[in-house]
Design a protein around this ligand. Structure first.
Ligand code: PMP
Length: 323
């Protein structure tokens, strides 16, 4: 679907996957007006297909567009575009289990020009790719690297938007994590370099027995849809759940005194991943005993059961697209 100044959204079409041709002075290539989303379609027990909370992705896409001075796509248009593609690619939705069809809606500027200002032409696209189960050999805890040198996002920046620049800024820290033998980066706040924000592509949850806390939306972390869903699911399951501030020192101390029983990360790709160990330039420590914890695994199963249609959907999150 195209957007042109003065005309709005027009010319939506379903076309075979093909390369785009790009002018060397395309504004996106230079000034990075690009936003995206990620969501999944799961096969349901009746043979049908359903996407998970596409309206929530559409709303976050609108928020990202506002922050990047791009036009807002109506929620219905976003959802309809995803529906069209899933219906077209239905045979690519895996037949069962945690495997899914991953959808990647995105928007880029298409205007040609070298002036720094919001573009006056954009293109919204959705592409899809089958995604296997994130863990093929059983759920494995990840090891995390606390990034003290780099920050992902600062107050007033673009951290709460899903825009390419945030990910570009993350790559060097992710490479450091790998150099230090860790799987993923954990980002701290930009001002005090003290408060836990999120991981490279996932939000975090801290478990204290029956109490579960996720870092509050500081304005510089991405408001994950999995994070939001788990606030409800954990409450439904009887946990005391909330948002709060957790510092690196809290994390270390609560590990030492045994009050912190589990830590997990959550996002569309991995659903829920246990965090097994933490490392920084100053210290490293396991999370509890480093094995996937019972609360992590219970929440993981509860969310996946809703997504795959094996449990009731009390919040009306599933968007069925028929067989
Ligand atoms: N934080 C970041 C930086 C991410 O890229 C993602 C993945 N979209 C998340 C958190 C988790 O968000 P969601 O649950 O909507 O996938």
């Amino acid at each position: 679907i195209k957007w042109t100044e003065g005309r709005g959204w027009h010319d939506g079409q379903l076309v075979p996957y093909a390369p785009l041709s790009i002018d060397p002075a395309n504004m996106t290539l230079h000034y990075a007006q690009t936003i995206f989303e990620g969501l999944k379609a799961y096969r349901q027990p009746d043979g049908g297909v359903a996407t998970f909370r596409p309206e929530a992705n559409a709303e976050r896409f609108q928020a990202s567009a506002r922050r990047l001075a791009m036009p807002e796509l109506p929620v219905e248009t976003f959802v309809e575009a995803c529906d069209l593609l899933v219906r077209q690619d239905k045979e690519w939705v895996p037949s069962e289990g945690e495997a899914s069809l991953y959808l990647r809606p995105f928007m880029v500027a298409t205007e040609v020009g070298l002036g720094v200002r919001p573009a006056n032409e954009y293109l919204f696209l959705v592409i899809a790719s089958p995604a296997g189960a994130y863990f093929s050999g059983g759920v494995q805890p990840v090891s995390v690297w606390l990034s003290e040198e780099y920050v992902r996002a600062a107050p007033g920046g673009t951290g709460a938007a899903k825009t390419g620049g945030n990910y570009a800024a993350s790559l060097v820290a992710q490479a450091q994590a790998i150099e230090h033998g860790c799987d993923q980066v954990v980002w701290l706040d930009a001002i005090e370099r003290r408060w836990i924000e999120e991981m490279g592509g996932m939000n975090l949850y801290f478990v204290y027995g029956n109490r579960i806390v996720t870092p509050e939306l500081s304005g510089s972390l991405l408001p994950g849809i999995t994070r939001d869903s788990l606030l409800s699911i954990a409450a439904d399951l009887g946990y005391e759940v909330g948002e709060g501030r957790i510092s690196v020192d809290d994390w270390r101390r609560q590990h030492d005194d045994g009050t912190l029983t589990e830590v997990f990360a959550c996002g569309t790709a991995a659903v829920i991943t246990p965090v097994g160990s933490v490392k920084s330039t100053r210290a490293s420590w396991p999370v509890a005993d480093g094995a996937p914890g019972p609360v992590t695994m219970r929440l993981r199963a509860a969310l996946l059961d809703i997504q795959t249609g094996h449990a009731p959907d009390p919040h009306g999150w599933m968007h069925p697209l028929g067989a």
